[in-house]
Ligand binder design. Structure first.
Ligand SMILES: Nc1ncnc2c1ncn2[C@@H]1O[C@H](COP(=O)(O)OP(=O)(O)OP(=O)(O)O)[C@@H](O)[C@H]1O
Length: 311
């Protein structure tokens, strides 16, 4: 059952169609990555979902119900962590959370419990009583995420939460997202880091110039653009003769041999490997090493948009 369902979302700035009929949905416990080059329309899309920006067209549903800025019920389902930090520098982490908690009506023992819980979720419990001004950029971002968790959202929206943070905080943020998804929270995640999308996202939507170019799991996207796997083999024996046999196998598109090294271009490396080993053994080749290189999202992204994700 989708927590978030957006249909035909559209936003125009003068002559620019910033978001042009974008549709996608996110299920409970699913992490959906929205990827696109600068100016693709990701932040505009998110702003319309949250309701901080009016949409020119389209529909947003949360847990099946039509969402708008005036719908308190659906608004309560969203936790939004914007790119920009919204923190009081001279307050401690705990004081910030208490302040924002009160805006959600969290007070007293319930407020104390919730603040402790979100500090734990982002790994800041031991720094809770320190002034935010002394925090690193990454710790501030983690606190920003903690604020987004105060209302126990069913949909958490994170707009480039790891941009410019230190590796330790980055890891903490990724762990937090994985943990939340494991608890059933639907996550909408934008990033310029492909490896994050690969690690976190069950499905990915690739947007460019305001349009959804393709969406699916990594595997689906890779096969959509027809990218192949590469298998790099090192072997002892007559590789040239073995290559001639391998070339005849149905899933193998190309074989290149250079001394003891062979490179195979195949449609599905995992499915093809057992047959490759069998063939090589029969040809008297002893395999010393094998490396499978599956195409990554970067390759798909480049294929679809003609641009690198990070510029
Ligand atoms: N307030 C605005 N007024 C006019 N044009 C805008 C405004 N906000 C965004 N745009 C334009 O809309 C398009 C989409 O911008 P948006 O910020 O949504 O992209 P993005 O994918 O989030 O980019 P980034 O990765 O750089 O954050 C761009 O062409 C941008 O210049």
């Amino acid at each position: 059952m989708p927590i978030l369902e957006i249909t035909d979302l559209t936003k125009r700035y003068g002559d620019t169609l910033a978001v042009d009929g974008v549709s996608f949905s996110i299920d409970e416990g699913e992490t959906y990555g929205l990827l696109g080059p600068n100016g693709a329309g990701k932040t505009t899309t998110i702003s319309m979902i949250v309701g901080v920006l009016d949409r020119d067209g389209g529909e947003v549903r949360l847990d099946g119900r039509l969402h708008s800025v005036t719908n308190a019920e659906t608004k309560a389902l969203i936790g939004y962590v914007p790119q920009d930090l919204a923190l009081y520098q001279d307050l401690t982490a705990r004081e910030n959370l208490r302040f924002f908690g009160r805006l959600y009506g969290l007070a007293g023992a319930e407020g104390t419990r919730k603040v402790g819980e979100v500090l734990e979720a982002v790994g800041l419990s031991d720094r809770a009583n320190e002034q935010v001004a002394k925090f690193s950029g990454g710790m501030m971002r983690r606190l920003n995420i903690a604020i987004g968790l105060l209302n126990k959202p069913r949909l958490l929206i994170l707009d480039e939460p790891t941009a410019g943070v230190d590796p330790q905080s980055r890891n903490a943020i990724l762990n937090t997202v994985q943990q939340l998804a494991g608890e059933g929270v639907a996550v909408l995640y934008t990033t310029h880091y492909m490896e994050e999308a690969e690690r976190l996202c069950d499905r990915v939507g690739i947007v460019d110039l305001g349009r959804m170019k393709a969406e699916g799991t990594r595997r689906e996207l890779v096969s959509l653009v027809g990218e192949n796997d590469r298998v790099l083999l090192k072997g002892d024996g007559d590789m040239k003769q073995a290559a001639a046999v391998l070339s005849g196998m149905p899933d193998i598109k190309q074989v290149t041999v250079d001394g003891a090294d062979a490179e195979l271009i195949v449609t599905d490396a995992r499915g093809t490997l057992p047959g490759v080993f069998e063939t090589l053994t029969r040809a008297g080749v002893h395999v010393r090493s094998v490396e499978v290189r599956e195409p990554d999202l970067e390759a798909v992204f480049l294929h679809l948009t003609g641009k690198a994700l990070r510029d």
